[in-house]
Design a protein around this ligand. Sequence first.
Ligand SMILES: Cc1cc2nc3c(=O)[nH]c(=O)nc-3n(C[C@H](O)[C@H](O)[C@H](O)COP(=O)(O)O)c2cc1C
Length: 315
Amino acid sequence: MRIYMAPMEGVVDHHLRRLYSRLGGIDRCVTEFIRVTHTRLPDKVFQRYCPELTTPLPIPVPIQLLGSDPAMLALNARRAARLGAAGIDLNFGCPAKTVNKNRGGACLLNEPKLLFDIARQVREAVPTATPVTAKIRLGYESRSRYIENALALAEGGIAELVVHGRSKADGYRPPAYWDCIGEIREQLSIPVIANGDIWTPEDYWRCRDESGCEHVMLGRGLLSRPDLALAIKAQQDRTDHQSLDWSQISDLLLGFQRETTFAYPLQFCGNRLKQWLMYLQRTYPPAQQLFEAVKKTRDPEVLEAAIIASRELVA
Ligand SMILES: Cc1cc2nc3c(=O)[nH]c(=O)nc-3n(C[C@H](O)[C@H](O)[C@H](O)COP(=O)(O)O)c2cc1C
């Protein structure tokens, strides 16, 4: 069983990836998406999104590319691979209006032939040892053509496919259609990784039953419960797992805040922490109080003091 941490733009940066890889249970992360348009991106863009190029984690961190021009994606993928990328992941799931308007992300799910061309050209541009993978939703306006899209990507030469079990129109509304992921899995000979709405170990087992997929990608569930992957693997191995308590979570928050304070311009200070807190509230009630206490501040000292004070709160 493999468990991947989902890419989450605006939240999961290399600091959080390192923190989660230290916690354990995760077998792969992905960078936030890098937009490819009509240029070859400078090396510093790849290095900024993926500091793991020079400071690797014990787990692979492929670079995620988003775009619609096969030749430009191939050119940039080749450069990323030369810089040492652990893999190239192609994003066909992003629902953002600005991205879709510029012919990127989920809107390409209406163009299976283009998916094939992108996968094929990127595959041919990078060394055989560099895995090319992709992430899709079940469709754009509706849950349709997902088999066609998945087959196009597999034919194009991708090594693995992550499927978020919703269309773009479904947004993030529950449920995630794990059964549709299963239909894709039955058609493909490459591994299919199920994604969407796995919040608990019980959800994992239900998703596995409905999709037939053993491998999963966890996004918001992992943010809301940082030891979710460990808890799932403990159930699989029939070993005990002690859930993290609030004081352990607040230590992680403090470490994350200290590490990121000077990594971003001061006007963004605490942004990622607040996003993480939004999801943590689902499992840890004190996260809600902490969020209320920090939501209007960007002052690193106030943020840090609030996290320390929150240790007194009992989950
Ligand atoms: C804040 C946020 C940012 C996201 N950014 C990306 C991204 O950069 N690339 C991508 O492929 N998916 C992105 N996603 C989608 C997730 O990777 C995942 O497919 C989705 O959240 C469903 O999984 P979950 O129910 O486990 O969260 C994002 C999701 C969220 C909530």
